[in-house]
Design a protein around this ligand. Structure first.
Ligand code: PMT
Length: 396
């Protein structure tokens, strides 16, 4: 049974933490709640103690078991720390490492997966400091369940409403029970788009955000792997703990990944690599004229196929196939042509999954056996689903 510490902070949405605690318990977790003193203005310790059957902490010196230093004890025993609702105050404290109440002190002593679900006034969420704190937390591997848009308690309209309890609970449950099945393995991930220059200011590219690559990197780290990400330009940084090599073009991606590939046990090619580049990019800026402009494109190297040629014996090679269809024939053809062990088909014609979205759905095709379908999952849950399956193909 997994131990979850649920931190509740001083938002009017604090009452919804009671349903969240229940939902996590239904998911098989033991839930212990820590309220901030401001949260206790909205909800009571007795509510959570009755609901969870566990002690509830509020004050920095609360000691349900004498002499055990509750902040260290709870941090050590937790498999997951969830803070929902999370106010701007707690986000900024977490980012800065401030520990001035029981919850922030537990958070500072805690080293495992963490999820925060912000809820606040839209202007407080948009504030530069809050946004900077969120970026810092994401870079440290903290999972954020974004607040929804709508009318918030103060009557304003905008983004700031606590996400739904089921959304927070399923994101939380995806973060627990991780096996260390990639311990001692080296994982190489190509991620994001490539940019192929047209002139000094323009390029050919695509809609890959790097979210799927970052999720795979995070999942591989949590499963114990040493992770290198070779990434094209993205707005989503790979997680802290992964080595990151930043590239722009397909040729640069091939050069950087080729340095790492011979040592990798598992190669995950999630990058959306441009198949063509401009034969002769212009220096400076192409000027507009009344004439048509023709660009001659030449094929780029097939990065993952080249990596397969230099990978060590026993290494497992996984490609992705972004296709505007759920027909698996093209993905199967890519599996063969590129010499892959697996290919994850990604139907990018469906709204809400694939490029740029927070969720994905994959069909994993191997060399043997029927294809397996992940169902629609958050990208981190999808990454875990995929890694658990391909890890079984690694030699013992
Ligand atoms: O980044 P996100 O916004 O989170 O979106 C995720 C995603 C949709 C980009 C991802 O899930 C995905 O499907 N990635 C593969 C994208 C793709 O362009 O696939 P493809 O069918 O063109 O290529 C097939 C495989 O060959 C891929 O593993 C690709 O990395 C690789 N390839 C392709 C061309 C090339 N020149 N070199 C390659 O290595």
């Amino acid at each position: 049974m997994s131990n979850v510490v649920l931190g509740v902070t001083g938002s009017i949405a604090a009452y919804r933490a009671a349903d969240l605690a229940r939902e996590l318990m239904r998911g098989g977790c033991t839930v212990r709640v820590c309220l901030t003193p401001s949260a206790e203005k909205f909800v009571t310790r007795v509510l959570f103690e009755s609901l969870t059957g566990q002690p509830c902490l509020v004050w920095a010196f609360d000691e349900p078991e004498a002499g055990r230093m509750a902040h260290i004890d709870w941090a050590r025993q937790a498999d997951l720390l969830v803070i929902a609702p999370a106010t701007a105050n707690i986000l900024n404290k977490l980012a800065a490492g401030v520990a001035d109440d029981m919850l922030s002190t537990i958070a500072l002593a805690y080293t495992g997966p963490m999820l925060v679900a912000p809820a606040m006034n839209p202007a407080m969420l948009a504030n530069d400091t809050t946004q900077e704190s969120l970026r810092r937390l994401v870079a440290r591997g903290v999972e954020i369940v974004q607040p929804a848009e709508g009318e918030v308690a103060c009557g304003e309209h905008g983004q700031g409403k606590l996400a739904s309890v089921s959304e927070i609970a399923s994101a939380a449950l995806a973060l627990i029970g991780w096996t260390r099945s990639l311990r001692g393995r080296r994982v190489l991930i190509t991620s994001g788009p490539t940019r192929e220059p047209i002139d000094s200011v323009r390029f050919l590219s695509n809609r890959s955000s790097g979210k799927m690559g970052a999720a795979l990197a995070k999942a591989a780290l949590w499963m114990g792997a040493e992770v290198t990400v070779v990434t094209g330009p993205t707005s989503v940084p790979p997680p802290l703990g992964a080595s990151v090599v930043k590239v722009e073009t397909a040729q640069e991606m091939l050069a950087a990944a080729s340095e790492e590939a011979p040592a990798a046990d598992l190669i995950l090619a999630v990058a959306a690599v441009a198949d063509y580049r401009v034969a002769e990019p212009s220096r400076g800026k192409i000027r507009r004229t009344a004439e048509d402009l023709l660009l001659r494109l030449v094929p780029n190297p097939d990065v993952v196929a080249e990596l397969g040629r230099i990978a060590k014996p026993g290494a497992v090679l996984v490609g992705f196939a972004a296709e505007p269809t759920d027909d698996l024939a093209v993905a199967r053809e890519k599996l063969e042509r590129k010499g892959l062990h697996f290919i994850a088909a990604n139907d990018v014609s469906r709204p809400g999954i694939g490029f740029e979205s927070d969720e994905n759905e994959l069909v994993l095709i191997g060399r043997q056996g029927p294809p397996e379908r992940s169902g629609t999952l958050s990208k981190i849950a999808c990454a875990r689903w995929l890694l658990e399956r391909v890890a079984r193909a690694l030699p013992g």
